[in-house]
Design a protein around this ligand. Structure first.
Ligand SMILES: Cc1cc2nc3c(=O)[nH]c(=O)nc-3n(C[C@H](O)[C@H](O)[C@H](O)COP(=O)(O)OP(=O)(O)OC[C@H]3O[C@@H](n4cnc5c(N)ncnc54)[C@H](O)[C@@H]3O)c2cc1C
Length: 545
C-alpha cells in the first residue's frame, strides 16, 4: 500500500493540508458572516468513545479466525474507523464525539476468513460494517448497535493484491482493499489503466467503489465504476455468490447489479474482475466559456447525444466559475481568490457576469480527430475556446479541493457537497429546486454547481455549499440536508448519482423505491443475511410501521 494514513479528523494526507489565505478569511467574515468557532477542535486523545462492548471470549474467537494482531481495540484504531468523511462526520469528530465507534477493528486476510467471520458474527449477533477506504460521505459506515452484542469494522486493507491480468480479454482481477492509486500503479507496469478517478481517488478502495456505485471524473470516457465491473465474489452469511462468467448474459436478471451499490448490506465483496483499458499515450485538456449555465448545458447535451464525448467533461455554473472551484489549484493564492469570492458572495450564489467555464479533456485514441469534432459542436453551441490553460489547471488540481474543507471548518464555515441526477428535460427544475431548498434552509449560503457526469438522456448535478456555522453546525446541516432531500424527491430527481444511500439518504431512497421496491431489498437481505448483521441501518428501508 502506498500513501500516508488519512487524517483522523479531516480529509486526506495531513501533509497536504492547506491554510486559508487571510483575504479569504476576511471575506468569509465580512460577506458571509463567518465567525471562528468558540471551541478548538478536539485532539485525538480527547475523542470520547463508548466502552468496548464485546466480551473477551468473543474478541478471542474473532482473533482465532484472523490471527492475533488482526483484531484491534486501541483508541486510535477505533477512532480511525468511526464514520466516514462527510462534513457532519468531520464536525462530530472535531467536537470529540466518537459515539459511533466500532468495538473492534478486524482485518481478515482471505475470502475464507471473511466467510468464517460472517458465520461467527451471525451466530453471536455482532454487527459487521465492511470498511474500505473510509471515504463514505452518506453515513455508510456509522455503526448501529441496537439489538447487537457489539459492532466490528471489517477493514479490508489486508486484501490488497492484484490477482491476475488477462490482456486478451482486457480484464484484471483484484482484491477489494486495493486503493485506487495502488491499482493504477499495479496496472501501469503493463501499460493499462482502470480510468476511475473520483475526487476521493487517493484513499478510496476498489471494493468501496463497487459497493457504492462510484463515478469518477473521467466518467464520460471510461464510464461509471459499475460499467467497469465485469465480475465479483460476494461472501455472505448464507454462502458465497460468484457472479460474471461472461461480459453479458440473457440468463435472467443480472445479479451483479444487485451487488453493485449494495453498500455492505448484502455481503462483503472479496474479489473483483474489472475491465481495463490501454493507458492513454496522449492527453489534451482545455477550457471553453459559455454565456450561461443554460447555454453550456445545451452544449454538453449536444456532445452527449451527437458525440463525440470527451474523456472528461465538466461545466461549472456561474457561481462556481467565479469562485474558481473548477481551478482548485489556484485557490489559496491570495488576492485573486479574494476578488473572485467577493463577486460570488455578493451574488449569494446567483448568476454573475463571467459566464460559465467548461473543461473538456481528451485522452487515448484519436485525440486529434475527437477534439476537432467536439470543438465544432461546442463552437456551434456558442462556446468560446479558452485554450489549454484552464484545462491543464483543472487537471493539475483535480484532487486538491477537498483539502480546503478542513481549513474552512476550522474558520467557522460549513462546506459540504451533495448531488443528484435527472433527465435533461427535468434538469433546470432540479437545479432550481435544490438551490431554493438550500437558500430557504440556510439564509444566504454560497451555492455552486457543476455537471460532470453526462449521458444521452440526462446528467448529474453536483452542488457545493458554503455557509457560516451556527451554534450547532451538525443540526444546522441536517436541517438543510433534509430540505434538499425533500426537494430532490419532489422535483423528480434521484437522491444520489454516485455518493450512495448509507443512512443519510435512506428516507428519500424509500420514497424513490416505493413499497414494492423496498420490499424486494428486504427480501434479498433476509435471504443473504438472515441475522441482519451486515451494516445494519444502511441502505435497506425498514418496513413502514
Ligand atoms: C473528498 C471526497 C471526494 C469524493 N469524491 C467522489 C467522487 O468523485 N465520486 C464518487 O463516486 N464518490 C466520491 N466520494 C465518495 C466515496 O469516496 C465513494 O463512495 C467511494 O466509493 C467509497 O470508497 P471507500 O473505499 O472509501 O469505501 P468506504 O467508505 O469504506 O465504504 C463505502 C460503503 O461501501 C461498503 N463497503 C466498502 N468496501 C466493501 C466491500 N469490500 N464489500 C462490501 N461493502 C463494502 C461500506 O460498508 C460502506 O457502506 C468522495 C468522498 C470524499 C470524502
Amino acid at each position: 500500500m502506498t500513501g500516508e494514513p488519512m487524517s483522523w479528523s479531516g480529509w486526506g494526507d495531513p501533509a497536504k493540508a492547506r491554510e486559508l489565505p487571510e483575504p479569504v478569511r476576511a471575506l468569509l467574515r465580512d460577506l458571509l458572516g463567518v465567525r471562528a468557532p468558540g471551541t478548538p477542535a478536539a485532539s485525538l486523545e480527547q475523542v470520547v468513545l463508548p466502552a468496548v462492548a464485546l466480551a473477551e471470549p468473543l474478541l478471542g474467537a474473532l482473533a482465532k479466525v484472523v490471527g492475533d494482531g488482526h483484531v484491534l481495540t486501541g483508541h486510535e484504531d477505533r477512532v480511525r474507523h468511526t464514520r466516514g468523511k462527510s462534513t457532519p462526520d468531520l464536525l462530530r469528530m472535531r467536537a470529540g464525539d466518537g459515539s459511533d465507534a466500532p468495538d473492534a477493528v478486524v482485518l481478515p486476510g482471505s475470502h475464507e476468513e471473511v466467510a468464517e467471520l460472517l458465520r461467527l458474527c451471525s451466530r453471536e449477533r455482532v454487527a459487521v460494517v465492511p470498511f474500505g477506504g473510509g471515504t463514505s460521505v452518506v453515513g455508510g459506515l456509522a455503526a448501529s448497535r441496537e439489538g447487537f452484542a457489539g459492532v466490528i469494522a471489517l477493514d479490508l486493507g489486508r486484501l490488497d493484491r492484484l490477482l491476475f491480468v488477462d490482456e486478451e480479454s482486457m480484464v484484471a482481477g483484484f482484491e477489494p482493499g486495493v486503493r485506487a492509486p495502488d491499482a493504477e500503479r499495479l496496472l501501469a507496469g503493463r501499460g493499462l489503466t482502470l480510468g476511475h478517478f473520483p475526487q476521493s481517488f487517493e484513499y478510496a478502495t476498489l471494493g468501496g467503489f463497487a459497493a457504492a456505485r462510484s463515478s469518477g471524473q473521467a466518467s464520460a470516457g471510461y464510464g461509471r465504476f459499475d460499467d467497469v465491473v465485469v465480475g465479483l465474489t460476494l461472501a455472505t452469511p448464507s454462502g458465497t455468490l460468484e457472479l460474471g462468467r461472461a461480459p453479458k448474459s440473457a440468463a435472467g436478471p443480472d445479479l451483479r447489479q444487485l451487488v453493485l451499490g449494495s453498500e455492505g448490506a448484502f455481503g462483503v465483496i472479496t474479489s473483483l474482475r474489472l475491465r481495463v483499458r490501454r493507458a492513454p499515450a496522449e492527453r489534451r485538456y482545455e477550457g471553453w466559456r459559455f454565456a450561461s449555465f443554460a447555454e453550456g448545458s445545451a452544449a454538453v447535451r449536444a456532445l452527449a447525444q451527437e458525440g463525440p464525448l470527451p474523456t472528461v467533461l465538466r461545466l461549472s455554473d456561474e457561481t462556481e466559475t467565479m469562485i474558481g472551484l473548477a481551478k482548485p489549484d489556484e485557490i489559496g493564492t491570495g488576492q485573486a481568490d479574494a476578488s473572485r469570492a467577493s463577486d460570488a458572495a455578493a451574488g449569494s450564489g446567483g448568476a454573475g457576469g463571467s459566464g460559465c467555464l467548461l473543461i473538456a479533456g481528451f485522452e487515448g485514441a484519436r485525440v486529434g480527430s475527437r477534439h476537432a469534432a467536439a470543438s465544432a459542436v461546442l463552437a456551434r453551441m456558442g462556446g468560446e475556446p479558452l485554450g489549454p490553460g484552464p484545462g491543464e489547471s483543472w487537471e493539475h488540481g483535480r484532487f486538491s479541493a477537498p483539502y480546503l474543507r478542513d481549513s474552512l471548518l476550522a474558520a467557522g464555515a460549513t462546506v459540504e457537497t451533495l448531488e443528484t441526477a435527472g433527465f435533461w428535460a427535468n434538469l433546470p427544475r432540479l437545479y432550481d429546486a435544490v438551490r431554493l431548498a438550500l437558500l430557504g434552509a440556510l439564509g444566504s449560503p454560497l451555492v455552486m454547481c457543476h455537471i460532470s457526469h453526462v449521458y444521452e438522456t440526462g446528467a448529474s448535478l453536483y452542488f457545493t455549499v458554503v455557509t457560516p456555522q451556527d451554534a450547532d453546525p451538525v443540526a444546522q446541516w441536517d436541517r438543510a440536508k433534509a430540505a434538499v432531500n425533500a426537494a430532490i424527491v419532489e422535483a423528480g430527481g434521484t437522491i444520489t448519482h454516485h455518493h450512495g444511500v448509507g443512512r443519510d439518504h435512506l428516507d428519500a431512497y424509500a420514497s424513490e423505491l416505493g413499497p414494492v421496491g423496498a420490499g424486494i431489498l428486504r427480501a434479498v437481505k433476509a435471504e443473504l443475511d438472515p441475522a441482519g448483521i451486515l451494516n445494519p441501518g444502511a441502505l435497506i428501508p425498514p418496513p413502514a410501521s
